[in-house]
Design a protein around this ligand. Structure first.
Ligand code: GDP
Length: 214
């Protein structure tokens, strides 16, 4: 994929695609304390250093948990649905469909399907074996119980805690492979590989949609 190819079709694609078509939701799942909030904050962070190189132009809306990403000449809006109020989104796939008693804290959309997310990230902490087990249960639930066919990224977070590491790459990869997920290790705290994850999620969503449209 050539970086330069973006210029030639930027105007066409931005003008030609409606916002709705390029608005994607990403569910952020995982046990408490694994770094979900930090990861989303990192996606939305506005430091100059990130973004420009890998992600093109990035506009963020902190209040709405959305980030606008210009990638390969096309702009997409990604909304991150963090596991709010400690609820496990994977166990309640339509949790955001019926935000009955929430005071507008969570995104409410009327036209949602059981899988209202276009992709999921299942986050665990590399220094916490239990969180990997939790990830296993979540993946099993998503793929096997609910039949989810969306892109799922298994994210091993806190890669900076090298000495406290308790989960091997092999074990994590094995799990990712078992449930047809991509595996990536990040440090949400340091912003390490978080851009790569953001881009990977968007590419995956686009690829999936373009193949399913054929
Ligand atoms: P959540 O409960 O999954 O939303 O987790 P948080 O994002 O609130 O993070 C829990 C704790 O882990 C906080 O103290 C974070 O600062 C810390 N944390 C999150 N990500 C990382 C990371 O990549 N490395 C390290 N060392 N700490 C992290």
């Amino acid at each position: 994929e050539s970086e330069d190819s973006t210029d030639s079709h930027t105007a066409d694609s931005v003008g030609g695609s409606s916002l709705a078509e390029s608005y994607y939701r990403v569910g952020v799942l995982g046990g408490a304390g694994v770094g979900k909030t930090t990861l989303v904050r990192q996606f939305l962070a506005s430091d100059e250093q990130r973004g420009k190189e890998n992600v093109g132009e990035v506009d963020r809306d902190l209040k709405k948990n959305t980030v606008s990403v210009l990638l390969d000449g096309d702009e997409s809006l990604l909304e991150f649905l963090d596991d709010c109020e400690g609820e496990d989104l994977s166990l309640y796939p339509d949790a955001y469909a019926h935000p009955n008693d929430r005071d507008g804290d969570c995104p409410s959309q009327s036209d949602v399907t059981p899988f209202q997310c276009d992709a999921y990230t299942v986050v665990f902490a590399l220094n916490d074996v239990c969180s990997l087990r939790e990830g296993d249960l979540t993946l099993c639930h998503l793929r096997e119980d609910l039949g989810c066919d969306r892109a799922i990224f298994l994210v091993g977070n806190k890669s900076d805690l090298v000495r406290q590491r308790h989960v091997s790459v092999e074990d994590a990869c094995k799990l990712a492979h078992k449930y047809d997920c991509k595996y990536i290790e990040t440090s949400a705290e340091l912003g390490h590989r978080t851009d790569e994850l953001l881009v990977g999620i968007l590419r995956h969503i686009r690829r999936r949609l373009s193949t399913s449209a054929r």
